[in-house]
Design a protein around this ligand. Structure first.
Ligand SMILES: [Zn+2]
Length: 263
C-alpha cells in the first residue's frame, strides 16, 4: 500500500520547538483511502474557542486550512468520499479534529478509547475530550486488540482485515486509557505510527535531550505514567534494533515526519 506522510496541524507551544500532527494517508488496493489520525479539521479553524477550549493557548495550533487532511487529500487529486476508513491512535482533539470533514468514513479505534471519550471517568479525561469533535455522530467501529494476536513483540494487536490486510491496531495504553499504535504495510517496509506513545525521538534514541517543556507536557497529559514509561522502554528497544523494514514514527516529532517524507 502507498503511504503519504502529512502534517495536519502545526503547533507552537510555549518554550517548545514547533510540533506537527503526523497523519498517514494510505492508498489501499480495495478499500479506498484510509487515514491514520486526522489532525485538525476545517471546523477547528472557524471555531477554535468552541472546538479546542482553553487548551488552544497551551498547544497554540496555527490552524491553516491548507494543512487540514481534507485539503491535502484534495490536493492529491482525491475527494473526501474516497476516504472510507479512519483509524485513530486516540481521541485527543489534535488527532480527531478532521473527523467531521469525512462524515461518511467508518472510524476505527479501541473499545477502551471509545469508552474513555464517550464516558470519561477521571478529571483528566473529563477535560481532554471535547464533545464537538464527535457531535456529527461518526460511525465508530470498536476493536479489542487484547483479544488479538501479537505483532513484533507487542502482545495486543489486531489486524483490521475488515479494512484491508496489512493494517494492524496495536493496544498501547498509557497516554490515554485506550491509546493505540497503528502499523501499515507499505510494501518495502512497515510504518509503525506510535501516536502519542512518545513525543520526541530523543526519548528513544538518547541522542540529545528532549526539551523539558515537552517532558512536562507529556507527563501532565498521561493517563497512566507508569505505562507510558514502559512503552518508552519497549519502543526504545525497537529503535535500537533499527530493523531495516520498519519505519517508526509518532504524531508530533517534526524530525520523524521529515525523515518519513524524505524516503
Ligand atoms: Zn497528540
Amino acid at each position: 500500500m502507498r503511504v503519504h506522510h502529512l502534517n495536519c496541524g502545526t503547533m507552537r507551544p510555549p518554550l517548545t520547538p514547533g510540533l506537527v500532527a503526523h497523519v498517514l494517508l494510505v492508498e489501499t488496493d480495495s478499500a479506498g483511502l484510509v487515514l491514520v489520525d486526522t489532525g485538525f479539521g476545517l471546523a477547528d479553524g472557524t471555531d477554535p474557542a468552541g472546538r479546542l477550549g482553553p487548551a488552544r493557548h497551551l498547544i497554540r495550533p496555527i490552524l491553516a486550512e491548507r494543512e487540514t487532511a481534507l485539503r491535502q487529500v484534495e490536493a492529491l487529486g482525491f475527494a473526501a468520499e474516497d476516504v472510507r476508513h479512519i483509524v485513530l491512535t486516540h481521541c485527543d482533539s489534535d488527532h480527531i479534529g478532521g473527523l467531521s470533514d469525512f462524515p461518511q468514513a467508518r472510524v476505527h479505534l479501541t473499545t477502551a478509547e471509545a469508552r474513555a471519550a464517550l464516558q470519561p471517568k477521571t478529571r483528566l479525561e473529563k477535560t481532554r475530550y471535547g464533545d464537538a469533535q464527535l457531535a456529527h455522530g461518526p460511525h465508530l467501529v470498536e476493536h479489542s486488540p487484547l483479544a488479538g494476536e501479537a505483532w513484533r513483540g507487542f502482545s495486543a494487536a489486531r489486524e483490521l482485515t475488515e479494512i484491508s490486510s496489512g493494517i494492524v491496531l496495536i493496544g498501547l495504553p498509557g497516554h490515554t486509557r485506550g491509546h493505540a499504535a497503528v502499523a501499515v504495510d507499505a510494501g518495502e517496509h512497515w510504518v509503525l505510527h506510535a501516536g502519542d506513545a512518545f513525543y520526541d525521538a530523543r526519548q528513544l534514541s538518547r541522542a540529545g535531550r528532549t526539551p523539558l517543556s515537552l517532558q512536562l507536557s507529556e507527563r501532565s497529559f498521561a493517563h497512566d505514567w507508569q505505562l507510558v514509561r514502559r512503552n518508552h522502554q519497549r519502543l526504545a528497544e525497537l529503535w535500537a534494533a533499527a530493523e531495516p523494514d520498519l519505519l517508526l514514527v509518532n504524531a508530533h516529532d517534526p524530525a520523524l515526519l521529515r525523515r518519513a517524507q524524505g524516503l
